[in-house]
Design a protein around this ligand. Structure first.
Ligand code: SF4
Length: 421
């Protein structure tokens, strides 16, 4: 079974005021012990697989997310990747991504990272506007981004994602247009654009409640999103997920063929779609390692201890050996999925895919029941509301396909709610 691996690296040089990820500034001294703990967790879970003779996950994507994974050295990545290769079977062309902050890279570092087998970099660019980057408390400016992209190309990376944020306090449409235009000028294979959310518990959340930070105008944010859709499409990026765009391939003629996802079908994702994130959006299994990491494998959804010290302690001190695969001594929550959980998650995740959405034959082959037997009422209602459309791409000739309309992409939560259990 094609499986993915997520590894969480919860360290940052500085904690940005809008961030609510599980990440910590000023704990870089713990990185060596943390890397040792991740390796212990990988070895532990790898040993459990040997007790399951009929279950052999084939790893086709690995993703180091954070936090700022690029704070790790190349030898630290190398030792983690060695542990993964010895614990699991990896495909020869596995996508191996890291998230990186432009202020933490150099050509020498990028070359060393490429040598370890890492073949995709996701750069946290966020904006091309210096004032906006300062407001977000990012440690880089756009010149650093330009330099990092040039260094990454020189080091041999031919698969780059640039991450952007829009809907910032006081951001104008003109400034967003400039960010998009400068981003496209760097010719990344992939672009992500997420709206800023003001999360409770973050400085941004508190300042906005006290009236110290202007709340972003949702109508303007919607206009920015619609502009991104138009502009990126005009620049030959395929909008394949609500917040993600990718090039079809280098000569822009291809589509990704993935027989493992859907036998004998050409799946119309662009070639440079993030294969790792497709695993989440297609509700397919992934293992998780590291503090606060969440996984979904062997019928379990599970998550690890959040804090760095707790995570390290649990892996260093625990003697437990008889946990079911894929749980480890770091696991603090786990839940065995019911069929209804899986169906509901499948609908919510797959609806994010704006080209393919939900296709009936895949639903039937996953769950042994027809899509309309379960969700006829909900689907008809969403079509009536103009949030969903029935559209069968040529490649699926025989299967019904439902996907969000343009309006549905803006109001995705209203559609997802119909499928929450
Ligand atoms: S660099 Fe990213 S993960 Fe780290 S604090 Fe800033 S937004 Fe959060």
């Amino acid at each position: 079974m094609n499986t993915s691996i997520y590894l969480h690296i919860p360290f940052c040089k500085h904690r940005c005021a809008y961030c609510d990820f599980n990440t910590y500034a000023g704990q870089e001294d713990s990185i060596p012990a943390y890397v040792d703990a991740i390796i212990k967790e990988i070895e532990f879970v790898g040993r459990q697989i040997t007790n399951l003779p009929n279950y052999q996950p084939i790893i086709h994507t690995i993703f180091f997310g954070g936090g700022t994974p690029s704070l790790l050295t190349a030898p630290q990545f190398d030792s983690i990747l060695r542990a993964l290769r010895s614990a699991f079977a990896l495909t020869a062309d596995a996508e191996i991504s890291i998230e990186a902050n432009p202020g933490t890279l150099s050509y020498e570092k990028l070359s060393a990272l490429r040598e370890t087998g890492i073949n995709r970099i996701s750069l946290g660019v966020q904006s091309a506007n210096t004032e906006e980057l300062r407001m977000l408390e990012r440690i880089h400016d756009f010149f650093t981004v330009i330099q990092s992209v040039a260094d990454a190309r020189k080091a041999g990376f031919d698969n780059l994602n640039l991450d952007l944020i829009y809907g910032l306090p006081e951001q104008t449409l003109a400034s967003w247009k400039t960010t998009l235009s400068h981003t496209v000028d760097l010719h990344p294979e992939h672009i992500s654009a997420y709206a800023l959310t003001l999360e409770h518990g973050t400085p941004f959340g508190r300042w906005s409640v006290k009236g110290l930070l202007p709340i972003p105008d949702p109508d303007l944010a919607a206009e920015m999103y619609e502009y991104a859709e138009e502009f990126l499409e005009a620049n030959r990026y395929v909008h394949y997920e609500i917040s993600n765009w990718a090039k079809k391939n280098k000569d822009e003629g291809g589509i990704m063929k993935d027989e493992k996802i859907h036998p004998s079908s050409f799946i119309p994702y662009p070639f440079f779609a993030c294969r790792h994130n497709l695993q989440y959006w297609r509700s397919l299994p992934y293992l998780a390692f590291g503090a606060g990491a969440h996984g979904y494998t062997n019928g379990y959804r599970y998550s690890n201890a959040l804090r760095v010290k707790t995570y390290i302690d649990r892996l260093t001190n625990s003697q437990s050996t008889n946990l079911p695969f894929p749980l480890s001594p770091a696991t603090v929550n786990h839940h065995k999925q019911t069929l209804q959980d899986d169906i509901s998650d499948y609908m919510i995740n797959n609806l994010r895919l704006t080209q393919v959405g939900i296709f009936g034959s895949d639903f039937r082959s996953r769950f042994g029941i027809g899509l309309l037997d379960v969700y006829k009422k909900e689907i008809e209602e969403l079509i009536r509301l103009g949030l969903l459309e029935s559209k069968t791409p040529e490649v699926f000739e025989t299967s019904e396909v439902y996907r969000l309309t343009k309006r549905g992409r803006l109001l995705g939560n209203q559609a997802f709610l119909r499928f929450v259990e």
